[in-house]
Every structure is written in structure tokens, then in C-alpha cells.
Design a protein around this ligand. Structure first.
Ligand code: NDP
Length: 293
């Protein structure tokens, strides 16, 4: 079984490279942005003609949430046209596509339909309503994939961090070595996701899907949520990062209004993982446990 990974130098791409040796029966083909540019249809065709993958994990994306506000065309090109190109070539080769999307497709205003009207996690069926360019391009990319090729799994995830690339955890650790005090927002709630757990989840879906071909389980294609378990604010996340790493820093909680950013972010974007757990038998660990790891 050949699994082709785009965007192989990103956090998720490198996490997939990290776990690949645990799956000797899978032949992985890792393509970074210089060997495979997903915005170049001919380049995608050429690579697929050569490797003929059974599965493609599209880990390539424009992920600079704030910068996207001033670079909407670039974000659209990669997250919408790029995703569409990959889906089109997957269709030509009957390759199953696993595409990664985001909690930022939601506006964060979902409330329970009860008197208490508390926030409740987003399910796959909730109506997206992105608050920024990045979220909009990721949603439009999902829509292009759905229109182009039915054999797809779209996995929405949130707050991804890892030992690889740039992410919140690494930024906090860097700042802890440069400063004595730090303020972090405490009124945006979500769930951190260890990129290695996301990588493992994708491989489990591939194995499940490859074993169930011909058994009429094609209906498993569609949208799924994945993050670690639990929820926290960015402040809670930072506090735990410092605690685990024995960093002594004066950490202050602040409201979003005190830390304006170009892109508006959802206030609450916890994802409900019931569907991915029950469909693929995936067990998910808490964000605190996985941050420690
Ligand atoms: P990264 O930004 O770490 O990696 C993205 C990769 O995509 C980079 O290696 C980049 O290469 C590559 N890339 C950019 N443009 C192209 C292109 N035209 N062709 C091929 N490759 C390209 O992202 P993550 O690994 O963190 O994210 C993986 C997925 O998860 C993305 O779809 C993202 O939207 C989604 N996601 C991420 C979250 C997060 O917190 N990071 C949260 C929710 C969802 P180069 O560096 O050379 O440009």
C-alpha cells in the first residue's frame, strides 16, 4: 500500500515521518513543497503518475492565520485550488484522499438548546461560519473536495502542536527563556492536539479503510473531528506548558480584547469526537497527558 503525503515538512508531515517506521507494510512517499507544489496541477499529476498512491494525506496548507488576512489570494490558492487539484488527481487515480481541516471553520458561538445555553462541542453536522480568511479558505477547500471526489476523509482538528515546526508550545517555551512575565488570552476555549496523535489517527483510518474495501463500508467517507480530549483556554495551555517544563514565569490571564490580532478567532471551538471514535475505534488521550509526552 502506497501512502503519499503532501506538505511533508510541516508539523503533521514531520509527525507522519516520525511514526512511519512503525508501519513497515505501508510504503510512504513524503513530498515537501519543492518536490510537490499542490497549486500546480501538472506537478500533482506527474507525482501521482510516478508513485500511483492508494492513499494521499494532504498535509499541505497555508496555515498563517493572521497573515492570511492580508494575503487572501495566496491562502485561497493553496487551501482551495491546491486542495481541489489534489482531489481531482486522486479521482483520476482512484486514490482515497485524507484532507486536514480546522476548528476555525466555526464562529465559536454555538450554544446548547437548553435554558442554560452553555457552550457545547461542535459536531460534524454543525453549520460552519468562519470568522477569518484562513477559516474561510479551509472551508472552501473542504467544499471543493466534496464536489470533486467522493472517496475522501476530511479531518477537522484544532490547536496542533509538536516538536516539529512552529507552534504555540514552542513559542511559549521561547518566550519563557526571553521574558519574566507574559500575558495570554483566557477567553478563547478549545483543545490542543498533539500532531503525533493526529498522524496516528490518520494511519488508523487508512488501515480501517483498506481492510473494509469490498465490505460495503464506503459510507465511512466524510467529515470527522479529531483533537485530544478535554478543553482549555490558551492561558491554561501556556500554564501547563510552563508547569511541565519547570519554567518560572509570571503568567497573566488577559481577555482577547487586550490582545487584538488581524484575524478574529472563535471564542469556543471544542470539537465533538464521538463520530471518529465510534466509526474507527480510535481511543483519544487527554491533552494534558499528551502534552507531557
Ligand atoms: P504547517 O504550516 O506546519 O505545514 C504546512 C506545510 O504545507 C508546510 O510544510 C508548507 O511547506 C506546505 N505547503 C505550503 N504551500 C504548499 C504548496 N503549495 N504545495 C505543497 N506544500 C505546501 O501546518 P500543520 O502541519 O500544522 O497543519 C497541517 C494541517 O492541519 C493543515 O491543513 C492545517 O490547516 C490543519 N490545522 C492546523 C492547525 C494548527 O494549529 N497548526 C489547527 C487546525 C488545523 P513550506 O514550509 O515549504 O511552505
Amino acid at each position: 500500500m502506497v501512502v503519499l503525503v503532501t506538505g511533508a515538512n510541516g508539523q503533521l508531515g514531520q509527525s507522519l515521518q516520525f511514526i512511519a517506521p512503525n508501519y513497515p507494510k505501508i510504503e510512504f512517499v513524503f513530498c515537501n513543497s519543492s518536490t510537490l507544489d499542490i497549486t500546480n496541477l501538472n506537478n500533482v499529476k506527474q507525482i501521482f503518475n510516478h508513485y500511483k498512491p492508494n492513499y494521499c494525506i494532504n498535509a499541505a496548507a497555508y496555515t498563517a492565520v493572521d497573515k492570511a488576512e492580508s494575503e487572501p489570494d495566496k491562502a485561497h490558492l493553496i487551501n482551495v485550488i491546491g486542495a481541489k487539484n489534489v482531489a481531482q488527481v486522486c479521482k483520476e487515480h482512484n486514490t482515497v484522499l485524507l484532507h486536514i481541516s480546522t476548528d476555525f471553520v466555526f464562529d465559536g458561538n454555538k450554544k446548547a438548546v437548553t435554558l442554560s445555553a452553555v457552550e457545547v462541542p461542535y459536531s460534524e453536522n454543525d453549520i460552519p461560519n468562519p470568522t477569518g480568511v484562513y477559516g474561510q479558505t479551509k472551508l472552501d477547500g473542504e467544499i471543493e473536495i466534496q464536489k470533486t471526489w467522493e472517496k475522501h476523509f476530511i479531518i477537522r482538528t484544532s490547536w496542533v502542536y509538536s516538536q516539529f515546526g512552529n507552534n504555540f508550545m514552542k513559542t511559549m517555551l521561547r518566550l519563557a527563556s526571553e521574558r519574566d512575565t507574559l500575558s495570554v488570552v483566557n477567553d478563547q476555549i478549545g483543545t490542543p492536539t498533539n500532531a503525533v496523535d493526529l498522524a496516528e489517527c490518520l494511519i488508523k483510518i487508512i488501515i480501517f479503510s483498506s481492510l473494509s474495501f469490498g465490505e460495503g463500508r464506503g459510507e465511512a467517507f466524510g467529515i470527522y473531528n479529531f483533537s485530544n480530549e478535554g478543553q482549555c483556554s490558551w492561558y491554561d495551555f501556556a500554564k501547563k506548558i510552563f508547569e511541565i517544563n519547570n519554567k518560572n514565569i509570571d503568567l497573566k490571564p488577559i481577555p482577547t480584547s487586550s490582545f487584538p490580532t488581524p484575524a478574529k478567532r472563535p471564542k469556543y471551538s471544542v470539537l465533538d469526537k464521538t463520530k471518529i471514535k465510534s466509526t474507527f475505534g480510535i481511543q483519544i488521550k487527554s491533552w494534558k497527558e499528551r502534552l507531557k509526552a
